[in-house]
Design a protein around this ligand. Structure first.
Ligand code: NAX
Ligand code: K
Length: 511
């Protein structure tokens, strides 16, 4: 498991290591510089570096790194921007050490001084130590101009901790921000490196320890599941087992013209390892639903090619003996579906994943799901999330953490917001998932995720585990599909086809 911490938590950890344990803060800074040096050796083992430092501790990291390279014979050019009287003690000390080592940084007070200092042709890379997690307002004036000149130089930039201009808690950028080739972040991942637009500024991410041995008193702010975490959360198949050992999934999905959504969800559930999958469908669509031999179908009374309250009896009969239900893909807009879903939520005490039209239908009617006695997972994309919360879509995109927290709080369900970075909140801390690729922005991709999560719920995972492991498998299978077929040509069925490879990778990670 990789942990994600907010800037203020990082500050608390840093402060406690220093105050409670007597760890000198200069040692932490030196460790940060050494960690960054390791990354630089990987990316740019040769060449000359331009260092742009602020007067806070991020600047101190930069000055320490410059000195480490200089003492190893690498050529460095170092600039400091900011007010000298505001310099943090550790930054000042590193400035003194650097000067004793023979390098005098250039103070930059205006762009004329910058132009005299910076000559991209004379260097091979830039190091950004201007602002780190202490950023508390957008870059303005000289800082914005320096950053935009750094970006315009087209030299590769290594950002220390976080690209200057990106807010560590949210990934938001207002104005200029460093467009990094890579970012080395210290000790723990920060949300701003995971969430857009910050993620797009950070480039390749390196998380490196700096010797902080303390843990936050309130617990970590977030976590990222890694292959071994996912592998160990999914119960292994055992010799002495049968199909009922792996869960029976009921899928309630599809309508005239959208039966494919139901089939994709059902097939995904099966490929995600469920023992049995039953696809409930409007009666007239049964021939279409019955296309996959391994999937059982359950024709239901219908309302003009759609589910509706008329279907209730059949749906309840189908749900009997199931271990989880997937509700939503392709259900369409028939208004009586709302009552149908309400009845299912009230009368059936098994885990449920609610997605797509299932979510849209239930806008305003998703309270108290935490009291059901079995988990509910909600998987909206940002537009659906905005409708569910009555927020503007832009507000959801700006702050997906607040959005999942609000949805979880209002409904009691596990909330997963889809996106390039998926954010999940159920009981416990926030979960982030970074896998997947733009090739997965294709019809039916969400239905596949629903099916996978349905299978994992049926296999006994709780809401958070099913959502996190489901997002991981979905992303991994999507990445494998893209590697084989390319992002443009891959389709949702290809993600399903690569679930096999994704499970194999998990097995390798576990062994
Ligand atoms: N565990 C830790 O907390 C450690 C932190 N270290 C480094 O310290 C950094 C945090 O240092 P600081 O808290 O000193 O903060 P920064 O160095 O990020 O920023 C310095 C100061 O600049 C000012 N400022 C913020 N936004 C500004 C803006 N837009 N324009 C002008 N001034 C602005 C603020 O007053 C802020 O305190 C981390 O990102 C990391 O690089 C490392 O030295 C090692 C240990
Ligand atoms: K930085």
């Amino acid at each position: 498991m990789r942990y994600v911490v907010m800037p203020e938590t990082m500050k608390e950890l840093d402060g406690r290591a220093v105050r409670e344990a007597g760890m000198p803060s200069m040692v932490l800074m030196e460790n940060a510089a050494a960690a960054a040096e390791g990354v630089l050796e990987e990316l740019h083992p040769m060449g000359r570096g331009w260092f742009v430092c602020g007067t806070g501790n991020n600047g101190g990291d930069g000055l320490a790194l410059a000195r480490r390279l200089h003492t190893r014979g690498r050529q460095v050019f170092v600039a400091v921007a900011g007010r000298e009287e505001r310099m943090s003690p550790d930054c000042r000390q590193n400035m003194n050490i650097l000067m004793h080592a023979g390098i005098s940084p250039v103070w930059i007070g205006d762009m004329e001084e910058w132009k005299r200092f910076f000559n991209p042709q004379a260097g091979d890379f830039l190091v950004d130590g201007l602002f780190g997690t202490g950023l508390d307002r957008p870059l303005e004036g000289i800082y914005g101009e320096i950053v935009s000149a750094m970006n315009a130089s087209e030299l590769p930039i290594l950002a220390l901790d976080i690209p200057s201009g990106v807010f560590g808690a949210s990934g938001q950028v207002e104005g200029d921000a460093v467009q990094a080739e890579a970012t080395v972040t210290f000790e723990h991942m920060k949300p701003g490196l995971l969430l857009y637009p910050g993620r797009a500024y950070a480039g390749q991410l390196f998380v490196r320890p700096i010797g902080l041995f303390v843990q936050p008193e309130e617990g970590f702010d977030g976590r990222m599941w890694e292959a071994e975490d996912v592998a160990s959360a999914i119960p292994p198949r055992t010799n002495n087992s049968h199909k009922n050992s792996y869960g029976s999934v009921g899928v309630i999905a599809g309508s005239l013209g959208m039966m494919g959504a139901g089939r994709l969800a059902a097939l995904s559930a099966l490929r995600a390892g469920a023992g049995l999958v039953t696809l409930a469908c409007p009666r007239s669509l049964q021939p279409e639903a019955a296309f996959d031999r391994e999937i059982m179908t359950w024709p239901c009374a219908e309302e003009n090619g759609s589910f509706g309250m008329t279907s209730l009896e059949d749906v309840l009969a189908m749900a009997e003996g199931k271990d989880a239900l997937v509700i939503g893909p392709g259900l369409g807009k028939n208004p009586s579906i709302r009552m149908l879903i309400r009845n299912i939520l009230d009368n059936i005490q098994i885990p449920i994943i609610l997605d797509a039209d299932g979510l849209n239908q239930m806008t305003g009617d998703l309270k108290n799901l935490g009291d059901r006695g079995a988990p509910v997972v909600l998987t909206p994309h940002p537009g659906e999330m905005a409708r569910l919360l009555s927020w503007k879509a832009a507000e959801v995109v700006m702050d997906p953490i607040a959005a999942v927290e609000a949805l979880h709080q209002q409904t009691g369900a596990t909330a997963l917001i889809k996106g390039s970075t998926t954010v999940i909140k159920g009981r416990g801390i926030i979960n982030y998932h970074m896998g997947g690729n733009p090739g997965m922005a294709t019809a039916g991709s969400g239905d596949v995720l629903s099916g996978i999560i349905g299978a994992l719920l049926a296999r006994g995972l709780d809401g958070v585990k099913a959502a996190c492991c489901g997002a991981f498998l979905h992303g991994l299978a999507g990445d494998m599909a893209a590697a084989e077929l390319g992002m443009d040509a891959m389709i949702a069925s290809d993600i399903i086809a690569h679930l096999a490879g994704a499970y194999q990778k998990l097995a390798e990670a576990y062994s």
